[in-house]
Ligand binder design. Structure first.
Ligand code: HEM
Length: 209
């Protein structure tokens, strides 16, 4: 039985003094948490590049179309952004399944499981918000459905305005949604991920079977 690491300095955190050998085996994690984080980094990196061309609002659709056909490497960068985001959703799901399979949600890791649930929800919301930013008819239709669903909740009209802003079918994307997608959601996701990694060590490292 390896004692949980109780030191919190940065260096001791990234280079803990003891790691159970079994926890280093590929089969212990299938590297799924790490791959999810890599997908997040690729999404952020390509997203920053997309910002140089994308215009929220009425010009959204045209700016995306011209980015793909005119901007250097625009199509590749947009595809990478899209597929890294979809990849992240899939690997987070598999990572969650791996945690369940290994019973790693049990004490002392239950707090990290709860952080993970928020990571999962945020990943889905971030993915969905990106779809709404395209400014095409499908995106606007999906935004309208999200708007109606939110409005069905108590205080939902306020929530819909806070998250979606004003969305009209066929009139591009909303500035409110853009701010959530580009700044707030990735920022919160990053902070939660760093907390998640810190908790892995705090709970004694990955559960070695
Ligand atoms: C942004 C999404 C996520 C990232 C980047 C991430 C990353 C990681 C990493 C790197 C590890 C250590 C290695 C590994 O197990 O692969 C880990 C462990 C863990 N994750 Fe996640 N994770 C995410 C989402 C989730 C979700 C959705 C859950 C569950 C709801 C979750 C629950 C856990 C738990 C309980 C551990 C400890 C596992 C153990 O000790 O065996 N994580 N995570």
């Amino acid at each position: 039985m390896v004692k949980p690491v109780r030191s919190f300095t940065f260096l001791q955190h990234i280079r803990p003094r003891r790691i159970p050998v079994a926890a280093l085996r590929f089969g212990a994690t299938l590297c799924l948490g790490g791959i999810s984080f890599l997908a997040f980094l690729i999404t952020v990196g390509t997203g920053v590049l997309l910002l140089f061309h994308y215009e929220p609002g009425k010009q959204a659709y045209i700016s995306v179309a011209s980015m793909v056909s005119l901007a250097p490497y625009g199509g590749i960068i947009r595809s990478l952004h899209f597929w890294a985001a979809q990849g992240m959703v899939v690997t987070v799901l598999f990572h969650m399944a791996r945690v369940v399979w290994h019973h790693a949600y049990r004490p002392p890791r239950e707090k990290n499981w709860v952080i993970g649930v928020f990571l999962f929800l945020l990943t889905l919301i971030l993915d969905f918000s990106g779809y709404l930013l395209r400014g095409d008819r499908e995106g606007a239709g999906a935004a309208e459905i999200a708007q109606s669903l939110l409005r069905g909740l108590p205080g939902g009209a306020g929530l819909a305005a806070l998250f979606l802003g004003s969305i009209e079918l066929g009139h591009g994307s909303s500035l409110t949604l853009y701010v959530w997608h580009v700044f707030i959601l990735p920022g919160v996701l990053l902070v939660l991920q760093l907390w998640h990694f810190w908790r892995v060590r705090r709970d004694g490292g990955v559960r070695a079977l």
